[in-house]
Design a protein around this ligand. Structure first.
Ligand SMILES: [Zn+2]
Length: 290
């Protein structure tokens, strides 16, 4: 089983767990763009983390993780819908070299935005990016923005990404439950990247928690899916205004826009472009094309 989210809980301890492993989703990301390795690695970690964090949300929401900084990766964004459709992309310097998180991002910040499906509200929290790895940065983020203790482990290879999250639930209050949390944290800390990547979800859970009382749920599929379409690109072009569009078309045969997430190409020729503004324009020169 691949490209799945496996939820589980520790009976009697008020602790939840989530395990995600991505293969085809990860290949899809790599096929859309030829990112250099340091960018790819971070993008894989953020995609995996976004699925894990999305799994902890109570309401159906779209979760966006956005990193901005002044380093060789100045911008990286990943979105995950409530039904685990993910997409992500990054901007990077051509001469990028491998480095720690702070070397890649520079002075940066991590913003996490939630857009609940049933509401027009957006909830965003932003923290300075700290820690030498993304998992540390997310731990820091969660300890500042939420009261729930959480642990997160991430692994990325060329073929696969994987991640594990454990979270103390609000009901975790008794001394026994607290002790259970410490124990589960220590057990989780023994996971290696190789195990996370190469064992199945159930094998990972067994390997770590075979002495605990764990209940696993049905797995949920995860996939790469981009939400771009021609209408959205058209709306973006409309915001440029008809004069700007005509100026571009004076230079080019058509306006070509590529989606930064999935690389889908959208093409608007002069006729398409004029139609974008049909109804808005009261006067039109007899024929401005040559
Ligand atoms: Zn797209």
């Amino acid at each position: 089983m691949t490209d799945t989210l496996q939820r589980f809980i520790f009976e009697n301890l008020a602790i939840r767990g989530d395990l995600v492993q991505l293969d085809a989703t990860w290949k899809a990301v790599q096929e859309k763009h030829r990112y250099p390795n340091p960018v790819l690695h971070l993008l894989g970690e953020v995609i995996t983390a976004s699925v894990l964090l999305s799994a902890t949300l109570k309401h159906k929401s779209r979760l966006t993780m956005q990193i901005q900084g002044n380093g060789p990766i100045p911008f990286l964004v990943v979105e995950c819908t409530h039904d685990n459709n993910v997409r992500g992309m990054a901007h990077y310097a051509d001469d990028i070299q491998p480095g720690s998180l702070s070397e890649l991002i520079g002075d940066g910040r991590l913003a996490i935005t939630l857009e609940p499906e049933q509401s027009s509200e957006r909830y965003q929290s932003i923290v300075e990016l700290t820690g030498s790895t993304l998992a540390e940065a997310i731990d820091d983020y969660l300890s500042r923005s939420e009261q729930l203790d959480t642990g997160i482990w991430l692994a990325v290879s060329k073929e696969r990404t994987a991640g594990l999250l454990i979270q103390k639930l609000p009901a975790n209050k008794t001394a026994e439950e607290q002790e259970g949390w410490n124990r589960v944290q220590q057990l989780s800390n023994t996971i290696t990247e190789q195990e996370l990547l190469n064992l199945s979800a159930l094998e990972v859970i067994h390997r770590l928690y075979h002495e605990e009382d764990v209940r696993v749920f049905e797995t949920e599929p995860v996939c790469f899916r981009c939400s771009c379409n021609k209408e959205r690109v058209a709306n973006m072009l409309r915001t440029l205004g008809i004069d700007e569009i005509r100026a571009i078309l004076n230079e080019e045969h058509a306006i070509e826009v590529a989606c930064e997430f999935c690389n889908q190409q959208y093409r608007f020729d002069a006729v398409d472009a004029e139609q974008l503004f049909a109804g808005e324009v009261t006067y039109r020169a007899p024929d401005t094309r040559h």
